[in-house]
Design a protein around this ligand. Structure first.
Ligand code: FES
Length: 152
């Protein structure tokens, strides 16, 4: 009688421990997105303000540390942006920034002139403020948030 009871308790305890050990990786997998950094929400230093020409859109690469699963890529190109420096209403420099990815099917918005931007893939044209003028693009160019660091 004692041996049967001992085996039941031992089997129950052993299976509980095994279940808990198997649950740890499952819980870690489910909680992993909460621990991951959202790199897209970060601001990245792109260029000194004075290096940008006034009223001429300039395409610049965004360089930052990148990580794919277990591999780190220090100081690699993570994307690019169109930047336009302009003088604001109070004589202060302002920057407009747009994605270089076309809102239609994701080609690069390659060319910029004083008149605006063009995507050569399917001939979408955007004005100088990124507004869609013609072509299959379903919307204007995607504008990006800009934070100016005027102290440095
Ligand atoms: S991807 Fe740019 S117009 Fe189609």
């Amino acid at each position: 009688m004692f041996r049967r009871r001992f085996l039941i308790i031992f089997a129950t305890a052993f299976s509980s421990v095994v279940t808990l050990l198997l649950a740890i990786p499952c819980v870690r997998f489910l909680l992993a997105p909460l621990k991951r950094n959202n790199k897209l929400a970060e601001f990245h230093k792109v260029a000194p303000l004075t290096s940008l020409p006034i009223d001429k859109p300039t395409r610049l690469n965004v360089i930052a540390d990148r990580q794919d699963s277990f591999t780190r890529y220090p100081k690699s190109v993570i994307g690019s942006v169109w930047l336009r420096r302009r003088i604001g209403t109070e004589g202060v420099d302002e920057i407009d920034a747009w994605q270089t990815i076309c809102p239609h099917l994701g080609c690069g918005v390659e060319r910029a002139s004083e008149d605006g931007f063009t995507c050569r893939c399917h001939a979408s044209d955007f004005d100088a403020n990124g507004k869609c003028l013609r072509g299959p693009s379903p919307r204007d160019m995607d504008k990006l948030l800009v934070r100016l660091n005027r102290c440095r």
